[in-house]
Design a protein around this ligand. Sequence first.
Ligand code: SAH
Ligand code: TYD
Ligand code: ZN
Length: 403
Amino acid sequence: MCRICGGVVNEFLDLGRQPLSDAFVEPDETADEFYYHLRVGVCESCSMVQQLAEVPRERMFHDSYPYVSSGSVRMREHFTRTAHDLLERESTGSDPFIVEIGSNDGTMLAAVRAAGVRHLGVEPCGGVADVARAAGVRVRSAFFEEAVGAEIAAQDGPANVVFAANTICHIPYLDSIFRGIDALLAPDGVFVFEDPYLGDVIEKNSFDQIYDEHFYVFSARSVQAMARRFGFELVDVRRLPVHGGEVRYTLARAGARTPSAAVAALVASEDARGLAELSTLHAFAAEVDRISRDLVLQLEKLRDSGLRVAGYGATAKSATVTNYAGIGPDLVPCVFDTTPAKQGRLMPGSHIPVRPAEEFAEYGADRLLLFAWNHAEEIIAKEKDFARGGGRWLLYVPEVRLL
Ligand code: SAH
Ligand code: TYD
Ligand code: ZN
């Protein structure tokens, strides 16, 4: 049953037995790993793409949650720009108030704070919340939901903007989120969120955008229907180049603002290409299978030719690829990553060891499987010596190919 509207959900993709994508394990703790069956479907009524089973939120988001927003220079720049966009366009009045759901290490809100604007982050994971606090960002340690929205409104007054990046798609219980936003948002306030876009996922075959934390894959059509259901309206959309292709959705209370032409245009383009139709999604599932097989064949070829292979970027996304395709340390002996909380541990399910990015040069790889393909430009530029020395990057989005 659809988590948004109660409609019938038709399964189109079975990604098999999957671990928690951000649960990097100590080498002696692999026996305790949590697994679940990752299946994806689309709602017949509202066209929302969603998982068929829910992982309890506390299993995914806890005090040792390892993901930090600040891990990419390009993302830091993106969030600074985002803060300025929000401040310029949306925060009217003399004392604006901006709330961020899923504020993580405070990368976006630090720029709001620097502008001297009232703000509050809502973040359940203690470790990253403390990093934000150390930077002077105000954070409430909580899962945002109906009661939290009402409490913030009572304490701090209404918010002009509620913002969330890469977080709303993580939350199955969006009915409660919308009620919380309804309680929190000023009458003319906006709810702005950005998440991976179904249009890009289908176009780029980026099936690794689907993992435990990414419960929904949004489209303009499904977000428009969801907004209506909860008393809001989709009033603007903007495609973003980050994380392999996202859309920033702006929602206002129903009737409060006139939707921009971009909304109708994006919805029409989705309808024209049959984006949420089962035939399209089944074709996508076939591509997922083909690419996974291709990737394994390519890795086997590299191994058999005696080349030194490693992975680059211990992303959450890579859990889906490695576990679905069956890629382990025999094919990818280790993966390099800059995140201290991931280093020295094993990638979930696949048990590929994560090594500090500083050890990358001495490892002397011939071929690097770029798991963090969404940061390709930044990473390939940073590691230009690798290619200069004859090394080649192996990508699997949108196709398996060597650069
Ligand atoms: N906004 C950041 C972080 C994205 S990771 C960025 O784009 O880089 C997703 C974040 O959402 C995590 O920090 C997680 O702890 C948080 N989160 C998950 N469920 C939440 C909820 N119900 N309320 C607030 N934050 C939540
Ligand atoms: P990311 O693709 O942002 O997200 P997700 O985990 O949700 O799939 O993760 C990027 C990972 O790659 C993160 O663990 C940090 C790492 N990384 C590097 O090791 N070096 C780099 O230069 C960059 C940009 C990221
Ligand atoms: Zn539905």
